[in-house]
Write a protein of this length. Structure first.
Length: 175
């Protein structure tokens, strides 16, 4: 009698939701899983801000709706045939912030903290392009993930001169 392989256990393992509750869970993810998770949360963010469908957001971020549901499924609710994002979430993420010490990686929990970091990086980018110091003032004295966000224009210019800032890569993908 020929033995057949049971693919159902492998399929379940591959498609089941990967809960990341903290740094140890995050560090257990393979690099490809970390990248897929980041893309899923970027798609989720776009669904919230641009009010686009799950399929459109996933496509724009180079992933699939299934992957978004796998990694960010707790932040989606089903309304009829559509998936709609919850207003916010408490999901863990490891991100880079610019502090007075330079770029540091911090552990953050929640979409509001992730958004604050994104707004800070946008302000730094705008400051770098225009020299407008006013875009940094809303972040004066603010902390995210235990790090004080950099707002000193001279410091930021020094980090830019040294090439220490990579605005396009705020999600930590390495160990």
């Amino acid at each position: 009698m020929a033995r057949t392989r049971d693919f159902s256990a492998e399929y379940r393992q591959r498609t089941m939701s990967r809960k990341v509750r903290g740094r140890s869970d995050y560090e257990r993810l393979r690099p490809a899983e970390r990248e897929a998770r980041h893309k899923a949360f970027e798609a989720l963010s776009e669904m919230r801000t641009e009010r686009v469908s799950l399929r459109a957001a996933a496509k724009r971020h180079g992933t699939t709706p299934e992957t978004v549901r796998r990694y960010a499924g707790d932040s989606l609710v089903r309304e009829g045939q559509r998936y709609v994002p919850t207003p916010s979430d408490r999901s863990y993420q490891r991100m880079s912030v610019l502090s007075s010490e330079g770029v540091v990686d911090v552990d953050v929990r929640g979409s509001q903290a992730r958004s604050a970091i994104g707004r800070h990086w946008n302000a730094i980018q705008r400051f770098a392009a225009t020299g407008d110091v006013g875009v940094l003032t809303p972040f004066a004295g603010k902390r995210v993930g235990g790090a004080v966000l950099a707002t000193n224009p001279d410091q930021i210019e020094e980090f830019l001169r040294r090439g220490e800032i990579d605005i396009d890569d705020i999600y930590v993908t390495g160990p």
